[in-house]
Ligand binder design. Structure first.
Ligand code: FAD
Length: 450
């Protein structure tokens, strides 16, 4: 096994984790990022985005031997807590007893992963280096050094593009014959807001769940931070009747929050300041194929598959890319050519499936989580699954608490949905949902569908 000189373009979440994997394999890794060194920046938790980390992400972290470090900065959330307009609360567990997703600060997580990567003597980091172009014949990358705008060139055996949704590495691949690429923006965007901690540093709402204010065409969510604050994210259309376009002055923002999220409004003293200081951010989805070029370049993370955030899977999927690429290197005895092409073939259907699932979950989160019919369906599924765990794993659990391929989860979820449509159409189902008759019906439908 020859030691490789490897470039990782993008020291975000996936790039910094992938560096740890490659260095563990004994390769020389140079990571480049266009930003200055994030380790030198102060992360203010309530003011910075936090992410839900789940099983696929944990597995990716464990494979690099870093999950224990990260656990120290993660807060378990065992379910969703829905807030109605009247302030009524309803709780829905995410999975079985003991299962949870975890809130982590993106800034702190990225700092820690870079710190861990940098502690390996085989890893070298270059900040303020923006990738501009790649020469595919020589595998030479041209970077612009941000501080003096000078071009610098480096040549590598392999290059990994982990430079996110607007990847410069992918931009180079787009120019290759038969490389497919598509990009689409959601009509909705998001804005980060904050619920600060109490003066004693405690949380002002329950900190063991993900809070959702589902309002049909828009919604707000809040995830807890270690410092007692919550980062809230408002998802709303850019234009239209209820949209960013209409929330243009303090009075309108206050009225909108007071009417739609009254309980949260009381906890947001800096609401209007935050609202006008923080950007209206857009949400982009990208698809491309293949995810590699010969045995020279591969795309991982958002560079390969940028998805909307509604299943909380973008980073988890990116960390799973690391697990899978590492497995493929093992299976192929570090035959890079085979690993690169296997990765594209194997992972592309998973990327497409999680994009579809994430889009569907947007409707579910903003709309259906407050719908009694939907909540009853979830209750029946949960009940049936607890009695027949070998026959029924709810779709959310397949995606979040397992590592079965996303495309398999999507297919199985569609099959379950068809069965549940029949069950939910039974008159009086709200009374008979936990009867033997319903249980037998679901079993017989499952047997038909094997
Ligand atoms: C609002 C929101 C909420 C989300 N919530 C979740 C969640 O709960 N759970 C979850 O799993 N995922 C979530 N995601 C998705 C998650 O943030 C991404 O999937 C994840 O950050 C992807 O990691 P990455 O390393 O591939 O890309 P990034 O994190 O975007 O990192 C890319 C890096 O590349 C660098 N870079 C870019 N261009 C260049 C260049 N030309 N040269 C050099 N460097 C460059 C950037 O500076 C950056 O450091 C969310 C996303 C959003 C927008």
């Amino acid at each position: 096994m020859r030691q490789q000189k490897i470039a990782i373009v993008g020291a975000g979440l996936v790039g910094s984790l992938w560096a740890v994997y490659l260095a563990k394999r004994g390769h020389l890794v140079q990571i480049f990022d266009r930003r200055p060194d994030i380790r030198k920046m102060k992360v203010v938790q309530g003011k910075s985005i936090n992410l839900a980390l789940s099983d696929r992400g944990w597995k990716g972290l464990a494979g690099a031997g870093v999950s224990e470090e990260i656990k120290k900065m993660a807060i378990p959330m065992s379910g969703r807590l829905m807030h109605s307009v009247k302030g009524e609360l309803s709780y829905q567990p995410y999975g079985k007893m003991g299962q949870a997703i975890f809130s982590v600060s993106r800034g702190l997580l990225n700092q820690k992963l870079i710190e861990i990567a940098a502690s390996n003597e085989k890893v070298e980091l270059f900040f303020s280096h923006r990738c501009e172009d790649i020469n595919l014949d020589s595998n030479e990358i041209r970077f612009v050094r941000e501080e003096d705008r000078v071009n610098v060139h480096f040549t590598f055996d392999r290059i990994f593009g982990t430079d996110g949704a607007f990847s410069a590495v992918r931009s180079r691949l787009i120019k290759i014959d038969r490389f497919n690429y598509s990009q689409e923006y959601l009509s909705h965007g998001y804005k980060e807001l904050e619920i600060p901690a109490n003066s004693d540093g405690s949380h002002r709402m329950r900190n063991d769940c993900l809070h959702i204010w589902p309002r049909g065409e828009f919604m707000m969510i809040a995830l807890p931070n270690l410092d007692g604050s919550f980062t809230c994210t408002l998802f709303i259309a850019f234009e239209g009747e209820v949209s960013f376009e209409h929330l243009q002055d303090e009075a309108k923002v206050k009225k909108f929050f007071h009417e739609n999220f009254p309980d949260a409004y009381e906890l947001m003293p800096e609401l209007t300041g935050d609202f006008f200081a923080n950007p209206n951010a857009s949400l982009v989805m990208t698809k491309c194929y293949p995810w590699h070029y010969k045995d020279q370049i591969a795309l991982l993370g958002d560079a390969a598959h940028a998805i909307v955030p509604f299943y909380g899977q973008g980073m988890n999927c990116g960390f799973e890319d690391c697990t899978i690429f590492d497995d493929l290197l093992n299976q192929n005895d570090e035959d890079w050519s085979a690993a690169f092409s296997d990765f594209s073939h194997l992972r592309k259907p998973s990327g497409d499936a999680i994009l579809e699932l994430a889009l569907r979950n947007y409707i579910e989160m903003r709309d259906k989580t407050s719908d009694q019919h939907f909540l009853l369906q979830k209750k029946i599924e949960g009940y049936f699954s607890s009695k027949h765990p070998d026959r029924w794993t709810p779709l959310y659990s397949q995606v979040t608490f397992s590592d079965i391929p996303y495309e398999q989860a999507l297919k199985e979820g569609d099959r379950q949905e068809k069965i549940m449509a029949k069950i939910m159409a039974i008159p009086g189902i709200e009374h008979s949902w936990n009867s033997d008759e319903i249980e037998q019906l679901i079993l017989s439908e499952l047997n038909k569908n094997v």
